[in-house]
Design a protein around this ligand. Structure first.
Ligand code: SF4
Length: 371
């Protein structure tokens, strides 16, 4: 039994192991029959379900929806600047302007990176950067236009905290910022910067970053403007299972309203080179979070594995714990590498990984259409 006594209600404490197992099975059976897992049931599963119960149910839901196949995307991750005034405790990537290794990418260099990705069959540019007060909205519009003028590529860029920062830095509202970036070429938003959407957690690990309601408001506004996006969770930086469940419920609630999330991507905190320190969460934690995501997020079509943070073999396991997508090639990746984790996979290795899990691999675009 995986129970943590601190999470248990008095009623539950009075139950025997048999009662608990039966209740877990009942909740999961109803989910497999197409019913929604209620808030209290989600907390119950996070506390009492075994990894096998969660994995079996998440895999059943995934196979029922997608059969014996799994997708992946070919892309690169371009970080236009590492200068950031927000200084989150878990971040090993950010620099202050006076640091010798701080940078803002010059446009020719940035376009060279896009070109390299497109030449290798890349269809998506994941574009993210630090909160740099020297870069105004016009600079961002010019960057997007320069990419779109030269390449036919989907720009998946600007996580909600970046949008919030640009909005405050330019004294413009969020809707205006998003609309102008969309006009300049932005196609969708990555769900970065969500970490855990519970303010008591955020104020401890990233006190200068936008709060959870602003993160959700940016995504809501983006979806209303026709900019879809992903949702993410970075877990393992000291939050409770109840916090993780609350995060999943916030995503599910917004998705009920907008339907704008294409996928959910959880990954574990990587502590190396960070102010926050501590240890990374276990592989068991990762698989439990992933399976719970598939079980609780009944309205979000895709669940993505994260080989970049969890490594190739854990990502292969993820395909049996609710993930239907292996993620993307990330021809360039800087943020996780700064935290001491350096995993690399080619398109061929991704296909090989999917195949050795008994699934048929296929390349997709950002909107999960088969290429
Ligand atoms: S996580 Fe993002 S916002 Fe936070 S310090 Fe790093 S670059 Fe800045």
């Amino acid at each position: 039994m995986v129970a943590k006594v601190s999470d248990v209600t008095a009623e539950v404490n009075a139950c025997s192991d048999g009662d608990i197992s039966k209740k877990v099975e009942d909740i999961l059976s109803r989910r497999l029959d197409g019913l929604r897992v209620a808030s209290n049931e989600a907390r119950y599963l996070s506390t009492f379900a075994t990894i096998h119960q969660l994995g079996y149910s998440a895999n059943r839901l995934t196979r029922d929806a997608y059969g014996m196949q799994a997708s992946y995307c070919v892309d690169t991750n371009i970080n236009y600047t590492n200068i950031c005034e927000t200084g989150c405790g878990f971040c090993a990537f950010c620099r202050v302007k006076s640091d010798t290794d701080s940078y803002v990418l010059k446009m020719p260099r940035l376009l060279k990176k896009v070109n390299a990705a497109v030449k290798l069959g890349g269809t998506q540019i994941l574009l993210q950067g630090g909160h740099n007060p020297d870069l105004d909205l016009h600079w961002h519009e010019c960057m997007l236009r320069a990419i779109k003028d030269n390449f036919e590529v989907h720009i998946h860029g600007y996580s909600p905290p970046e949008i919030d920062f640009i909005s405050r830095n330019n004294e413009l509202d969020i809707e205006t910022v998003l609309a102008r970036l969309k006009t300049a070429g932005l196609d969708s938003l990555p769900g970065g910067g969500a970490e855990i959407l519970v303010d008591k957690v955020r104020s401890r690990i990233s006190p200068k970053k936008c709060n959870s309601s602003t993160w959700l408001k940016v995504m809501h506004t983006a979806h209303d403007l026709g900019l879809p996006g992903t949702a993410t969770m970075m877990f393992g930086a000291g939050e409770s299972w109840n916090d993780r469940v609350e995060h999943l419920q916030s995503v599910r609630k917004l998705q009920d309203i907008t339907g704008g999330f294409t996928a959910f991507i959880p990954w574990g905190y990587q502590p190396t080179n960070t102010k926050l320190g501590g240890t990374e969460p276990s592989g068991v934690d990762y698989l439990r979070v992933l399976a719970l995501s598939r079980i609780i997020l009944d309205n979000t079509p895709h669940i993505q594995a994260s080989w970049v943070t969890q490594g190739r073999h854990m990502a292969e396991l993820a395909l049996s714990f609710g993930a239907d997508d292996f993620g993307s090639t990330m021809l360039e990746e800087n943020v996780v590498r700064a935290a001491g984790v350096s995993n690399h996979m080619s398109q061929e290795q991704i296909r090989e990984s999917i195949e050795r899990c008994g699934l048929a691999p296929f390349q997709r675009d950002t909107m999960y259409k088969r290429i």
